[in-house]
Design a protein around this ligand. Structure first.
Ligand code: ADP
Ligand code: ADP
Length: 232
């Protein structure tokens, strides 16, 4: 059964014509999919539909067999900008969602040590074990992005949404982080939706790549990637 299902989905921002149009697709649990296309083709709009931040103008979006009616609690997100809070350490930035999003708030109050342990495990996996007490300005851009991916995973989301997560990084750091992400995904098998305009990134990371056309954004190609992947 599909984990994320789009049936004939279109979205028009107030009266401006469809931003995305006639999207039909199924994403399976544990799948890693990438959406590629030029700026303005509707990648972020797609992402907001998946997570319930926008409702479709037409058609339906279902996640885990239920219509998406509001912000989805089972997803974690990371963006081009790591958006770490400057007055918090790396560890406390990773723990942030647990302080602001119910029902994780309650769980965090009851099982703080367990979550702190999990945050440290995540930081170790991405190579930040030694940096948990540092502040964002003491971290490189790549390290900040590693922390933001840990933050997105702290509540053990079933769906990880990544919007150009490596777009601001130099090519060398970016490819390092592809491997970091791939390792996290191989270990935990959450479902990933990655939005990017980097075709190489999509092909390196994803099982399935959807190519979107310019406005109105439509899926013009769906490609399954079966190449053996190089390891770091
Ligand atoms: P991408 O992420 O691929 O760059 P977006 O999903 O951000 O594309 O945008 C798709 C189209 O919808 C673009 O033409 C953009 O200008 C338009 N758009 C995005 N957000 C809004 C909004 N809040 N109001 C009106 N138009 C928007
Ligand atoms: P911003 O700095 O962009 O305002 P937010 O405060 O909205 O960031 O979110 C901080 C982090 O909290 C996000 O990166 C995300 O991982 C997590 N988060 C925000 N909203 C949700 C949500 N509805 N469900 C799960 N995690 C969320």
């Amino acid at each position: 059964a599909a984990f994320v299902r789009f049936d004939d989905v279109s979205l028009a921002y107030d009266g401006s014509g469809n931003a995305i149009e006639d999207i039909n697709l199924d994403i399976h649990e544990g799948e890693f999919v990438a959406f590629v296309g030029p700026s303005g083709c509707g990648k972020s709009t797609f992402m907001k539909l998946c997570t319930g931040l926008h409702a479709p103008t037409q058609g339906s979006v279902r996640v885990d067999d239920a219509p998406v009616t509001g912000p989805l609690k089972i997803s974690g997100m990371a963006f081009q900008n790591a958006n770490l809070l400057p007055w918090r350490t790396t560890l406390d930035n990773v723990l942030l969602p647990l302080e602001i999003v119910e029902p994780y708030r309650r769980q965090f109050r009851q099982r703080r040590e367990e979550f702190v342990g999990w945050a440290r495990d995540l930081l170790a996996t991405v190579g930040l074990a030694e940096h948990e007490d540092k502040y964002p300005w003491q971290l490189s851009g790549g390290m900040q992005q590693r922390a933001s991916i840990c933050r997105a995973l702290i509540h053990r989301p079933r769906l990880l949404m990544l919007d150009e997560p490596f777009g601001a990084l130099d090519a060398f750091t970016r490819e390092e982080l592809w491997c970091v992400l791939r390792d996290l995904w191989e270990a935990q098998r959450f479902t990933v939706v990655l939005v990017t305009h980097d075709l190489r990134e999509a092909a390196f990371l994803a099982d399935t790549v959807y190519v979107m056309s310019r406005r109105p954004g439509r899926v013009i190609e769906r490609r399954t990637i079966e190449l053996p992947r190089p390891r770091a």
